[in-house]
Design a protein around this ligand. Sequence first.
Ligand SMILES: [Mg+2]
Length: 366
Amino acid sequence: MQLPLRFPFVTALRRTEQVETLLVEVVDTDGRRGWGEAAQVWQVTGESVVGAQACVVEMLAPVLIGQPLANWPMVTDRLARVVARNAGAKSAVETALLDLVCRAAGGSLADLLSQPARTISGATAAAGPPGSGLVVTTDVTVSATDLAATVQAARQRVADGFTTLKLKVGTDALTDVERVVAVRREVGEDVRLRLDANQGWTRDEAVRAIRALDDAQVDVEFVEQPVAGEDVEGLAWVRRRVDTPVVADEAVFTMTDLRRVVRLAAADGINVKLAKAGGPLAAVRQVHFAQQAGLMTMVGSMMESNIGVAAALHVAVAGEASLVADLDAGWWLRQPAPMTGLIYGNDATVRIGPGPGLGVVPLLGG
Ligand SMILES: [Mg+2]
């Protein structure tokens, strides 16, 4: 599925004008359906639509086809192990399966993810209070462009109701600082500014840019992934030299990555994404682990449609993530996603109505 964006989405790693994504549907013998999503993000996960599709069809689908729904704990364990990496494809299949399990049981995915142990079965999944839905506050991304366009975009996003702006930096340390200073001047002190360098700076550039903003007394909530994802020592090196909190994103895909970040005291927080963790179950475990280690926690998504955003929203609620969410992807779509159930408000919120499972259903044929 290809969905055009309102504006080009530009980071230190990539520029895109559309979401390219794979929707996965799981159907049970009673005709109930569950949905999941794997976005194409060559530069971050290395996954593509055709690659994810091959992974789903050839390796993941055979793990669950023919299995009773009640076997989902065993099935999700096997999904995680049957293929190396391919976290986006695994997340799509796991999400679709859990969506179906929850629909069969009448509870939401957040309910299921909130269970302390995997004791839940179809009969014991609890439904949320009648009439309730889920709601979180989200940031909105401001693309990495020139100074005038950055300031204009920031002003427009505040007018759109957003109260937390995520400025993409990491393209050039000097102009990055100028752009952030200009945005702060434009939007005033009441708007929260967070930065995401998407691995774009060297260690030295990161320290110089972050200290420059600090010296200019620009209030920045945190800086996400200032240096290369694999350079966890560098992340720790930067963190030791600046006062602004550092958040790990591309540095953490797996629980092993997260443990290493904690061991090296490399970050103050983590951006958990299902397409890195491999699905909602692992994502919620990462949120809990990070919290126990004293890290701030945020749940984000790739540039994807409302199915993927909804799954992440359930994780954010179930895990009680501490930071404003990073779930603006669906807002970027030029036309409303061909799906019911997930709505962006004019008050920086994204909400899902009451309903079992994800609470979001595609309006596709079939
Ligand atoms: Mg990021």
